[in-house]
Design a protein around this ligand. Structure first.
Ligand code: CP
Ligand code: NVA
Length: 303
């Protein structure tokens, strides 16, 4: 039976471990110039309702490196659910391609796409979740830390799709996850409850960034205004004052703290230039690792 990646919780802890190790192996192969083409002759359709740099380029280059190819479909091409129903798009596309990666607004759309497509569907970000991002981030942590168990991760900012995916990661991998958001911008309640009831990780929700970053090994942030929320940008900037990742906040964390951001960044808002370009930042390693982890996902689902 085909398998999808709509949420990190679609995989068990052992599967996530395998994905991470397979990504490390593939990264080594790529860096040493070895040809590895398990997806020769295969095609991935990439459906986008929102803009993208990392997701689009890393999936496209990743497929190419694995011997396959991609078809990029912009919002104007598909007009998902408007020109044609989501189910019909899924049924048709599965006749041509071997996998679909989709970046959509409503999470229910990617669920419906997966329901009707007979080929694997990968969530390339929805309003609710961004699983490929956090899987790539786990890879980045694994590379410098050697293991993930008990990593003290402080997420500071908006309780958005990336924060929700961190909670999903905490449902599978033992983390010490602290999330600091303004009261009205907390993560999804059901996902939070699931992460807590999984009983694997320690999960703290607070409104105090300093409490979250106390002795943290990782400080993570993301934009205050996600794609699709632009009309609220000014209001959000007001409520997120005090949630900036800056030198003063870093002083409350471990000396060795790593700073992470999924990008794109709004420099001067959620993060300062000084921190983003400073010695604690692993932000561009994260961007690179999106490609390596996604190659592992593509091979697992499509080979
Ligand atoms: N982090 C991330 O998904 O970047 P893009 O929006 O550029 O794809
Ligand atoms: N939370 C951000 C992530 C971008 C990769 C957004 O959804 O726009």
């Amino acid at each position: 039976m085909k398998k999808d990646l709509l949420a990190i919780t679609d995989f068990g802890a052992e599967e996530i471990g395998h994905l991470l190790h397979s990504a490390l192996e593939m990264k080594d192969k790529t860096k040493s110039g070895k040809v590895h083409i398990p997806l020769a002759g295969k095609t991935l359709a990439m459906i986008f309702q929102k803009p993208s740099n990392r997701t689009r380029v890393s999936f496209q280059v990743g497929m190419y490196q694995l011997g396959g190819q991609t078809v990029y479909l912009s919002p104007e091409d598909i007009q998902l659910g408007q020109r044609e129903s989501v189910a019909d798009v899924a049924r048709v596309m599965a006749r041509y391609v071997d996998g679909i990666m989709a970046r959509l607004f409503g999470h229910e759309l990617v669920v419906e796409l997966a329901q009707y497509a007979s080929v694997p569907v990968i969530n390339g970000l929805t309003d609710l979740l961004h699983p490929c991002q956090v899987l790539g981030d786990l890879l980045t942590i694994l590379e410098w830390r050697g293991n993930l168990d008990g990593t003290k991760v402080a997420y500071v900012g908006d309780g958005n799709n990336v924060a929700n995916s961190w909670l999903n990661a905490a449902s599978r991998i033992p983390l010490d996850l602290r999330i600091a958001t303004p009261p009205r911008y907390q993560p999804d309640e059901q996902i939070l409850e699931k992460a807590r009831s999984a009983g694997i990780s320690s999960v703290l929700l607070t409104n105090d960034p300093q409490e979250a970053v106390h002795q943290a090994e990782v400080i993570y942030t993301d934009v205050w205004t996600s794609m699709g929320q632009e009309a609220d940008a000014e209001k959000r900037a007001h409520y997120f004052t005090g949630y900036q990742v800056n030198e003063a906040l870093l002083a409350h964390a471990s000396d060795q703290v790593k700073v992470m951001h999924c990008l794109p960044a709004h420099r001067g808002q959620e993060i300062t230039d000084q921190v983003m370009d400073g010695p604690h930042s692993v932000i561009f390693d994260q961007a690179e690792n999106r490609m390596h982890i996604q190659k592992a996902v593509l091979v697992k689902l499509m080979a």
